[in-house]
Design a protein around this ligand. Sequence first.
Ligand code: SF4
Length: 348
Amino acid sequence: MSLTALNKKALLEQEAHRLYGLLGSVSRSKGVKWSYADCLQAAPYTLAINQIKKEKNAVILAHSYTVPELVLGVADFSGDSYALSRKACEVSADTIVFAGVWFMAETAKILNPSKRVLIPAGKAGCTLADAITEEEVRALKAAHPGAPVLCYVNSTAGVKAESDVCVTSGNVFDIAAKLPQKELIFVPDLLMAQNIEAELKRRGVSKKIIASGGSCCVHDKYTPADVQALRRDYPGIKVLCHPESRPDVCAQADFVGSTKGMQDYVAASSDKLFGLLTEVGLVNRLEAAYPDRKFIWPFGTCAYMKKNTLANTFQALLEPRADQTVELPPDVIARAKKSLENMFEMSK
Ligand code: SF4
């Protein structure tokens, strides 16, 4: 073996050890953790991505639901939609690589119109964002004049541009309660709309929610039977769910909140056993952060988020395709930005 080959081997082994330190407690598939051999396979990509990122003055923002080798191996920042949209406002790099789905990369572009925004997965969809068009929002506004439009952040740039204020799963209840109007239009999550009504009722606030759209194909699958099975099989377990889930699931959970809310709940808890009715990416992040705790995840994977890989992240940094580059009309950017700024203002 030549000296160069030896050096390369040593470098790869060093990188594999770094990755194993980050990923060793994370599940690769159900019941199987990342091994050193898995990390050795990922090492050439993470080394190359971290190098090219510097050369291109790029920053990688990764949603928590993307694969753990991206989140832990190469991302400069990871989090949920709200945290990433806040982070996108602060970025000074020339290029933002957004590992997530298309509407999220659009949000990064809306907040940073002068920067190049790339998404490794290309036009990765979302069953929520794709559930309503801007034309349908305009029709709702015409049918309910005076009712402000709240759009969940999981919506297209065109829908955000038609909305008065954007919301996330972390601030939706507070913003809906703060608005003075008695009638609100909420898109595009029908289950979250039901949860808003239930939460406002619990707070003694009376409002009519006019909802349209669809549901998240991950969180809408959970049923009360899943909560009951977790409680039966794991006595003492704390069950966490997302407000994109059915109201009868939320009603039985110990905690209902955003991805960040669930992370904060676990951080503040002295419990050791948690049932997570959410996407596996969050389970992986918690496994990495708390190797001494047990996280039970019955099922739930977002195929759209998993379209982001180390291989296409490297390729997008090196030579992005047109479908990996986010471009938006300036007037859409300006109007959509207003709905995001209104959210930042109302979340203070
Ligand atoms: S997890 Fe649900 S809401 Fe999130 S991107 Fe996937 S389909 Fe959309």
